[in-house]
Design a binder for this molecule. Structure first.
Ligand SMILES: Nc1ncnc2c1ncn2[C@@H]1O[C@H](COP(=O)(O)OP(=O)(O)OP(=O)(O)O)[C@@H](O)[C@H]1O
Ligand SMILES: [Mg+2]
Length: 145
Protein backbone atom coordinates (compact mmCIF):
# COMPACT_ATOMS: atom_id res chain seq x y z
CA UNK A 1 0.00 0.00 0.00
CA UNK A 2 1.27 3.46 -0.89
CA UNK A 3 0.35 6.48 1.21
CA UNK A 4 0.24 10.02 -0.14
CA UNK A 5 -0.07 13.04 2.10
CA UNK A 6 -1.38 15.98 0.08
CA UNK A 7 -1.33 19.61 1.23
CA UNK A 8 -2.21 18.61 4.79
CA UNK A 9 -2.90 21.35 7.34
CA UNK A 10 -4.24 21.14 10.88
CA UNK A 11 -4.88 23.78 13.52
CA UNK A 12 -5.93 22.72 17.02
CA UNK A 13 -8.35 24.92 18.98
CA UNK A 14 -8.91 27.46 16.17
CA UNK A 15 -9.99 30.89 17.39
CA UNK A 16 -9.05 30.05 20.97
CA UNK A 17 -6.22 31.53 23.03
CA UNK A 18 -4.33 28.21 22.73
CA UNK A 19 -4.74 27.97 18.94
CA UNK A 20 -1.89 25.85 17.53
CA UNK A 21 -0.98 25.37 13.91
CA UNK A 22 0.32 21.77 14.11
CA UNK A 23 0.65 21.01 10.37
CA UNK A 24 1.06 23.47 7.56
CA UNK A 25 0.75 22.26 3.96
CA UNK A 26 2.52 18.92 4.40
CA UNK A 27 3.22 16.75 1.37
CA UNK A 28 4.93 13.36 1.30
CA UNK A 29 4.76 9.94 -0.28
CA UNK A 30 5.39 6.64 1.51
CA UNK A 31 5.86 3.84 -0.99
CA UNK A 32 4.60 0.28 -0.64
CA UNK A 33 6.83 -1.59 1.81
CA UNK A 34 8.93 1.46 2.53
CA UNK A 35 10.25 2.18 6.03
CA UNK A 36 10.23 5.90 6.80
CA UNK A 37 11.41 7.79 9.89
CA UNK A 38 9.73 11.11 10.66
CA UNK A 39 12.03 13.32 12.67
CA UNK A 40 11.66 16.79 14.11
CA UNK A 41 11.86 18.74 17.32
CA UNK A 42 9.31 18.42 20.11
CA UNK A 43 5.96 19.83 19.06
CA UNK A 44 6.83 19.95 15.36
CA UNK A 45 3.79 17.83 14.42
CA UNK A 46 5.12 14.26 14.00
CA UNK A 47 2.38 12.61 16.08
CA UNK A 48 -0.31 14.78 14.49
CA UNK A 49 0.86 13.71 11.03
CA UNK A 50 0.85 10.01 12.00
CA UNK A 51 -2.64 10.39 13.49
CA UNK A 52 -3.86 11.73 10.13
CA UNK A 53 -2.20 8.81 8.32
CA UNK A 54 -4.03 6.42 10.67
CA UNK A 55 -7.33 8.23 10.01
CA UNK A 56 -7.75 9.23 13.65
CA UNK A 57 -7.78 12.99 13.03
CA UNK A 58 -9.43 15.04 10.30
CA UNK A 59 -7.42 17.81 8.66
CA UNK A 60 -8.56 21.37 8.04
CA UNK A 61 -7.17 21.20 4.52
CA UNK A 62 -5.66 18.53 2.31
CA UNK A 63 -5.98 14.78 2.56
CA UNK A 64 -4.24 11.45 3.00
CA UNK A 65 -4.79 8.86 0.27
CA UNK A 66 -3.91 5.16 0.26
CA UNK A 67 -3.27 3.34 -3.00
CA UNK A 68 -3.82 -0.39 -2.53
CA UNK A 69 -1.84 -3.08 -4.34
CA UNK A 70 -4.65 -3.52 -6.88
CA UNK A 71 -4.42 0.19 -7.75
CA UNK A 72 -7.62 1.29 -6.03
CA UNK A 73 -7.40 4.50 -4.04
CA UNK A 74 -9.01 5.16 -0.65
CA UNK A 75 -9.13 8.44 1.21
CA UNK A 76 -7.81 7.88 4.73
CA UNK A 77 -8.21 11.39 6.04
CA UNK A 78 -10.06 14.38 4.65
CA UNK A 79 -12.09 17.18 6.15
CA UNK A 80 -15.61 15.99 6.94
CA UNK A 81 -14.91 12.37 6.01
CA UNK A 82 -14.78 9.43 8.38
CA UNK A 83 -12.52 6.70 7.08
CA UNK A 84 -13.61 3.61 8.99
CA UNK A 85 -12.75 1.00 6.34
CA UNK A 86 -9.10 1.92 6.02
CA UNK A 87 -8.55 1.68 9.78
CA UNK A 88 -8.41 -2.10 9.28
CA UNK A 89 -5.33 -1.60 7.12
CA UNK A 90 -3.45 1.23 8.86
CA UNK A 91 -2.37 0.82 12.46
CA UNK A 92 -0.18 2.79 14.82
CA UNK A 93 1.76 1.82 17.90
CA UNK A 94 2.16 4.50 20.50
CA UNK A 95 5.39 6.23 21.40
CA UNK A 96 5.16 4.78 24.93
CA UNK A 97 3.94 1.14 24.88
CA UNK A 98 2.33 1.46 28.32
CA UNK A 99 -0.09 4.07 26.87
CA UNK A 100 -1.16 1.66 24.10
CA UNK A 101 -3.19 -0.74 26.26
CA UNK A 102 -2.16 -1.95 29.68
CA UNK A 103 1.26 -3.51 29.52
CA UNK A 104 4.84 -2.45 28.99
CA UNK A 105 5.44 -4.28 25.70
CA UNK A 106 3.39 -5.06 22.59
CA UNK A 107 3.88 -8.80 23.20
CA UNK A 108 2.41 -8.54 26.70
CA UNK A 109 -0.53 -6.51 25.37
CA UNK A 110 -1.28 -9.16 22.73
CA UNK A 111 -1.02 -11.87 25.41
CA UNK A 112 -3.71 -10.18 27.49
CA UNK A 113 -7.26 -11.50 27.61
CA UNK A 114 -10.14 -10.92 29.98
CA UNK A 115 -10.76 -13.43 32.79
CA UNK A 116 -14.14 -14.68 31.49
CA UNK A 117 -12.60 -16.02 28.28
CA UNK A 118 -9.86 -17.86 30.10
CA UNK A 119 -9.93 -21.60 29.43
CA UNK A 120 -8.01 -22.36 32.57
CA UNK A 121 -4.78 -22.88 30.68
CA UNK A 122 -3.39 -19.52 31.71
CA UNK A 123 -4.35 -16.73 34.01
CA UNK A 124 -5.64 -13.57 32.24
CA UNK A 125 -2.34 -11.78 32.27
CA UNK A 126 -0.12 -14.84 32.04
CA UNK A 127 2.12 -13.44 29.35
CA UNK A 128 4.87 -15.62 30.77
CA UNK A 129 3.08 -18.85 29.84
CA UNK A 130 4.51 -20.64 26.84
CA UNK A 131 1.25 -21.37 24.91
CA UNK A 132 0.14 -17.75 25.29
CA UNK A 133 3.46 -16.38 24.12
CA UNK A 134 3.51 -18.80 21.18
CA UNK A 135 0.05 -17.70 20.03
CA UNK A 136 0.89 -14.03 20.51
CA UNK A 137 4.15 -14.36 18.57
CA UNK A 138 2.30 -16.06 15.72
CA UNK A 139 -0.28 -13.25 15.66
CA UNK A 140 2.41 -10.57 15.64
CA UNK A 141 4.34 -12.32 12.85
CA UNK A 142 1.25 -12.36 10.65
CA UNK A 143 0.84 -8.59 11.20
CA UNK A 144 4.39 -7.91 10.09
CA UNK A 145 4.00 -9.89 6.85
N1 LIG B 1 -5.05 17.34 20.75
C1 LIG B 1 -4.38 18.48 20.73
N2 LIG B 1 -4.96 19.64 21.12
C2 LIG B 1 -4.30 20.82 21.07
N3 LIG B 1 -3.03 20.95 20.63
C3 LIG B 1 -2.41 19.83 20.23
C4 LIG B 1 -3.03 18.55 20.27
N4 LIG B 1 -2.16 17.62 19.80
C5 LIG B 1 -1.05 18.30 19.50
N5 LIG B 1 -1.18 19.62 19.76
C6 LIG B 1 -0.16 20.67 19.52
O1 LIG B 1 0.24 20.55 18.16
C7 LIG B 1 1.65 20.71 18.03
C8 LIG B 1 2.25 19.45 17.42
O2 LIG B 1 2.17 18.43 18.39
P1 LIG B 1 2.64 16.94 18.11
O3 LIG B 1 2.27 16.15 19.31
O4 LIG B 1 2.10 16.48 16.80
O5 LIG B 1 4.22 17.11 17.99
P2 LIG B 1 5.39 16.01 18.02
O6 LIG B 1 6.33 16.37 16.92
O7 LIG B 1 4.78 14.65 17.95
O8 LIG B 1 6.04 16.25 19.43
P3 LIG B 1 6.91 15.24 20.35
O9 LIG B 1 8.28 15.17 19.77
O10 LIG B 1 6.92 15.91 21.69
O11 LIG B 1 6.20 13.92 20.38
C9 LIG B 1 2.16 21.01 19.43
O12 LIG B 1 2.26 22.42 19.57
C10 LIG B 1 1.09 20.44 20.34
O13 LIG B 1 1.03 21.15 21.57
MG1 LIG C 1 4.90 12.96 19.24
Amino acid sequence: MQINVENLSKTFSPGMPYETRALSNINCEIGDGEFVAIIGHTGSGKTTLVQHIAGLVQPDEGRVVATLKDGTQTVISEKGKAAFAVRRRVGIVFQYPEYQLFEETVLKDVCFWPPESSNGEDSPTASGSRPTRRRASRALSSCAA
